[in-house]
Design a protein around this ligand. Structure first.
Ligand SMILES: [Zn+2]
Length: 454
């Protein structure tokens, strides 16, 4: 029967097959040798109480271990303590191996399924899972980024706030909500805030408010990608409005026009250029919208500094043809509300590699299977071993350590007998320290595409 349980330190007294679960009565064979408080070795039994611990399922059934647990009293200090149990998590009232089992399972199955399998309630499964997440967060704390990205991504049905390390191209953290209060609370508790010099964000007012409140004085940047995206959206609005105003026979003259219009001028084929010219002649507004979009994009291609860019953006804005003005309103509004941050984008450009990664991630996350909670997705992504590998670095440090030749209490006696003049000897040790920067975004994308998170 003992080999069936295979749990070190315990022997099985009896086993009962209750409806739905196995109940195993066990006895702890390890007896304490000394008081954990004072080290004194004379202990006596104080009382015994029945305790129940959950264990890993067997034969497809939940398992509980039942035992009488002894409490001891120390003859010297008078403190009482419960007998120590090997391989038991006292906080969660379960075996350590069950805890590990749940942590692994909760990454693949819903909490409800794991609860049913183990005989525990969902709340306990959540607690065990949360334990896992906080252990991970403690064992691999991510270095607070110098250039922090605050973006939004749609994940498990809602928009979430995603924080990135732009220099290291990693996901630094994910928040369930992009609301101001939740972002602000997060930034308030961010460790090593002084690391953050620059913040690149979506044009989302709550992010700016949260940053100004909790990380005042940092450079806020709207990157080029986020700005030009609105030019494309404005062009789309123009196209849709023009299409909607046409008769059916005229509408047929347009074909694949969305694809062509979104292209940059220098990547149009001869055939596409010809098409565009024809459409512009038939529907002048469409041509004007395309030209406005292209002119706007061009401003970001020339490596302008913010001062020149400001003049150019104002020129652009005043040059919009009145016939398409209303469609480009989102863009003119953005320029009015975010001009300093958009201009910072010229002085503090971020790399294309990062922009491409984050866009790819947004797409890959869309395809991810449902059924997981946000917290599980977050933990899976942030602490994925493979995604952390490319960004983790090892730092070697020299450290001077005192050499302790004798146990401490002998030294104390030496001191008492007046040998305090004895010099402390030191040795130099090389200490390796790991630095974690977060989950590498391109690796996460590869894993998502392979179905690793489904
Ligand atoms: Zn004691």
């Amino acid at each position: 029967m003992n080999s069936l349980l295979n749990l070190k330190g315990f022997s099985v007294l009896s086993q009962q097959d209750n409806e739905g679960h196995l109940e195993i009565t066990v006895e702890n064979r390890l007896k304490p040798q000394a008081c954990p408080n004072c080290g004194y070795s004379q202990l006596y039994s104080h009382d015994k109480t029945e305790q129940v611990f959950f264990d890993t399922p067997m034969q497809g059934k939940p398992v509980v271990l039942k035992m009488m647990r002894m409490r001891y009293k120390c003859r010297s200090c008078g403190k009482t303590f419960r007998e120590p149990l090997l391989g038991i998590d006292d906080k969660r009232l379960m075996t350590s191996r069950l805890k590990e089992h749940i942590q692994k399972k909760a990454m693949r199955e819903t909490f409800a399924v794991v609860a049913r399998e183990t005989g525990l309630d969902e709340k306990t499964i959540r607690h065990v899972f949360d334990d896992y997440v906080s252990e991970k967060a403690q064992s691999m704390p991510f270095v607070t980024p110098r250039i922090l990205g605050i973006d939004e991504l749609k994940l498990v049905g809602s928009f979430r706030c995603i924080l990135t390390n732009i220099e290291h191209n990693t996901v630094f953290d994910m928040l369930p909500s992009r609301k101001k209060d939740s972002v602000r609370e997060y930034l308030k508790n961010l460790p090593d805030k002084d690391n953050v010099e620059q913040i690149t964000m979506d044009m989302w007012r709550p992010y700016k408010d949260a940053v100004n409140a909790e990380l005042p004085g940092r450079i806020i940047v709207i990157d080029k990608f986020h700005t030009v995206r609105i030019a494309n959206e404005s062009l789309e609005a123009s196209r849709k409005a023009i299409r909607a105003s046409l008769e059916r026979k005229d509408r047929l003259k347009l074909k694949n026009e969305r694809f062509v219009l979104l292209k940059r001028r220098n990547s149009l084929s001869d055939e596409e250029t010809e098409k565009l010219q024809k459409w512009s002649a038939w529907y002048p507004e469409l041509g004007l919208a395309y030209d406005a979009k292209e002119a706007f994009f061009c401003l970001f291609d020339q490596g302008l500094d913010s001062k020149t860019a400001k003049e150019a953006l104002i020129d652009w804005q005043s040059g919009i043809d009145p016939s398409i003005e209303r469609h480009f309103e989102p863009l003119t509004k953005a320029l009015n509300n975010w001009m300093p941050e958009i201009l910072n984008g010229f002085d503090y450009p971020i790399t294309n590699a990062y922009t491409e990664s984050i866009n790819r991630l947004a797409k890959d996350l869309q395809r991810m299977g449902r059924g997981y909670s946000f917290d599980v997705v977050r933990a899976k992504m942030l602490y994925n071993a493979e995604a952390n590998k490319p960004t983790t670095s090892t730092i070697r440090k020299k450290k001077r350590k005192p050499i302790e030749e004798e146990p401490v209490f002998y030294l104390m006696q030496d001191n008492l007998s007046g040998s305090a003049s004895q010099k402390q000897k030191y040795k130099t040790e090389i200490i390796e320290e790991k630095r974690y920067y977060g989950a590498h975004i391109p690796t996460l994308c590869d894993l998502l595409e392979k179905g690793e998170f489904d």
